[in-house]
Design a protein around this ligand. Sequence first.
Ligand code: PLP
Length: 432
Amino acid sequence: MRDYVKEKPLIIEEGNGCTLRDTDGNEYLDGVSSLWTNVHGHRREGIDRAVKTQLGKIAHSTMLGLSNVPAIRCAKKLVEIAPQGLSKVFYSDNGSTAVEIALKMAFQYQQQAPAGDRAKTRFISLTNAYHGDTIGAVSVGGIDLFHATYKTLLFSSLKAESPYCYRCVFGKSYPDCGLACLGQMEELMKKHAHEAAALIIEPLVQGAAGIIVQPPGYLKRVRELCTRYNIIMIADEVAVGFGKTGTMFACEHEDVAPDIMAVAKGITGGYLPLAATLATEKIYEGFLGEYDEFKTFFHGHTYTGNPLACAAAVASLEIFEEERTLEGLQGKIKHLTERLESFRSLKHAGEVRQRGFMVGIELVVGKDTREPFAPAEKIGHRIILEARKRGLIIRPLGNVIVLMPPLSMTTSELDRLCDITFAAIRAVTEGL
Ligand SMILES: *Cc1c(COP(=O)(O)O)cnc(C)c1O
């Protein structure tokens, strides 16, 4: 906070396409989609219009005991595009709550569903995981910087080692490792199957930990293990959902259908806060009963399923259909891959990771030792300030420079994104 006050805070006033403008009239490329949310660019006509039209009808009405038109239309669209079997939608208003809901839903299901198991009360989560900032979400988190302070406040979760191949805790390298991390996960499941209610995972990419990309086949095996040990699989698609990895949802890459799926960030195209937790018919049925059995899922946020937000979400999904966003994206992903190749030549670029439009460039003191830069060096922060001077907004994760452009970013804008990032990294690290 001291640094923030010392440096002149940047205040955004306007945006258009992939460009942001500050209160002094300076323009910047939006290199992280306004924190991983924006999908089709700013001021998209279809979404602007949908929100304005909805404003002419009603801005908000409660979903507690009632429903509203955009919420129903949005739920229908979500179910149509979701992985197989996810047919029920429970709304909330941010990623953390979508995760809290997923956890509580899995827990309550085990407690009361005829097919549940009351002894199953614990969660399996991954090291390096990030699922949000509320206490339940922090309990299944695995990033010490964000989570360690609250340790005594949290419920304990069972930790499976994440496949962070660049810093493999087993000292192995892919593919010769035979996915040793999955061996550890299976051991954990075997030992705790009697008490493990659910596993939660960020499919394909652990975002907040530094865009850690999972090796091919990993997610599919996790799904198989969950099925074998009768553990509910929760996919946290909050970061990776809505095209970020190149498919609508990351689970599609490995043909995986989770039992519960949390979505937020990109759901409204980056316009308004909205989230949803999707579940299978089987999970849903665990909550059916007579009034006085109280099998209801007692969880509801005041602005749940807000009509303006749902109208924006429907409009965003319509753009996906009308403009065939995902088809057009494939060539741009390849272009980005080609452009990132040159980053490997940078002296301090330890690893350049990419999955679709999610990129992490991990900077190290030396490529041979892979030693991380000390926090006091503020490497990431200094680089993003250099990028800002050159007209690009990005936000680092410690020593990892993150790029996550809106899916609508053009090839020439992608070139500018890469050029500026490259120059900014060089400017800060060249003399080190
Ligand atoms: C951002 C994020 C969340 C939390 O979402 P908020 O809307 O910030 O509460 C949860 N899970 C993942 C994977 C995220 O990236």
